[in-house]
Ligand binder design. Structure first.
Ligand SMILES: NC(=O)c1ccc[n+]([C@@H]2O[C@H](COP(=O)([O-])OP(=O)(O)OC[C@H]3O[C@@H](n4cnc5c(N)ncnc54)[C@H](OP(=O)(O)O)[C@@H]3O)[C@@H](O)[C@H]2O)c1
Length: 331
């Protein structure tokens, strides 16, 4: 599988990576069989999709624990990313959300992220993290300047506890500030064929500054696999609740868009999800496509996207169809 260097770090990652949010379960995703999650991670590593992404808040520690179990005897085979700055241990920082009885605060203070790192290392059963992200950026009233956060992250890197620094859910100004105070190798942002906000500023900036852009929710949490029929009833509290493309009127637009690509699935001998994942990877050599999976058949299916070479005219056709769906959704 094609490898792309993560920013200016010494890490090389395949163009696809595996997200372990759903592995955390809880009301966002529903309960899981952890043994199946572990098998899915192992399968992903076997296929060479070895960048595994998690975060403390995914299942409030559970995703990290399961990833830790999966990597116990094969830690050196994985590029492991986790995150800091969303915490539920005290009220430091600024309130972000409440879920499953936990009250989560954005806290990127040096003390806060140091504690987060130590907890993550324990749950993940490892003594280093390959890519360490700030999960959501600091805001008032519990604001920490990026300079202070970055100084602490650079210290962690010097100590060998983290190998590369990343930031997630950033603005262009955040990004400019990060690179002023240290080496930022990657950002993690929402991007799909139906959600293209990063194309305007963040992606061009990453391209010019050799920063990898790892895209999350590229298949709109399963909607763009073509397996969802319009009219799917989102359960209260589930992760898809209130997500733009899961609103009933938009689901139909997405499903109609996908239905136009049957000939492409035949031409490339692949699934609709594969087309969408490869479209995402094709947008820039700075992109790494982070796809969530907790089931073996999803891992097996998604990996096939890496081998497809979409022709430029087909990429353009998909872009045009998506633009049409986006325009209709905004009417
Ligand atoms: N930095 C951030 O703020 C942030 C935010 C969101 C996500 N992330 C990261 O990005 C990763 C990916 O994003 P995401 O999980 O939100 O969205 P996603 O990758 O678009 O969707 C993942 C979900 O789609 C379904 N799916 C995957 N492959 C499928 C297939 N072949 N056929 C049918 N359904 C399939 C699965 O749902 P079921 O398991 O329910 O079937 C899976 O959990 C996360 O795991 C997490 O690591 C980061």
């Amino acid at each position: 599988m094609e490898l792309r260097r993560i920013g200016n770090s010494d890490l090389n990652a395949p163009i696809l990576s595996m997200g372990a949010w759903a592995i955390g379960g809880g009301t966002w995703w529903g309960e899981n069989d952890d043994d199946i999650s572990i098998k899915a991670i192992h399968k992903s590593l076997e296929y060479g999709v070895n960048w595994i992404d998690t975060a403390p808040v995914y299942g409030f520690g559970h995703s990290e624990e399961v990833v830790g179990k999966a990597l116990k005897d094969r830690r050196n085979k994985a590029i492991l990313s986790t995150k800091c700055g969303l915490q539920w241990y005290n009220k430091n920082g600024s309130k972000h959300f409440s879920k499953d009885g936990y009250h989560v605060y954005r806290d990127l203070s040096p003390k806060g992220i140091r504690r987060d790192l130590e907890y993550s290392l324990k749950r993940l059963n490892t003594d280093y993290i390959d890519v360490y992200y700030t999960h959501w950026q600091s805001v008032e009233p519990g604001f920490t300047p990026i300079e202070e956060t970055m100084n602490e992250l650079m210290k962690m890197k010097k100590e060998g506890k983290i190998r590369a620094i990343g930031a997630s859910n950033v603005s262009l100004n955040n990004l400019k500030e990060y690179i002023q105070y240290g080496q930022l190798d990657v950002i993690q942002e929402k991007y799909s064929i139906l959600d293209r906000r990063i194309e305007k500023e963040l992606l061009p900036f990453c391209e010019s500054n050799n920063i990898t852009l790892q895209t999350y929710s590229p298949i709109e949490q399963g909607l763009l696999t073509g397996k969802i029929k319009a009219g799917y009833q989102v359960k209260p509290g589930e992760v898809r609740e209130n997500k733009t493309w899961w609103l009933p009127e938009n689901q139909k637009l997405a499903v109609d868009m996908l239905s136009k690509w049957k000939d492409l699935t035949e031409k490339y001998n692949c699934t609709l999800g594969n087309l969408v994942i490869q479209w995402t990877a094709s947008q820039s050599t700075s992109i790494n496509v982070l796809c969530g999976a907790r089931k073996l058949d999803h891992v097996e299916e998604n990996v096939k996207a890496a081998d497809i070479q979409l022709e430029a005219t087909d990429i353009q056709r998909m872009t045009n169809d998506a633009n049409e769906a986006i325009a209709k959704s905004q009417k």
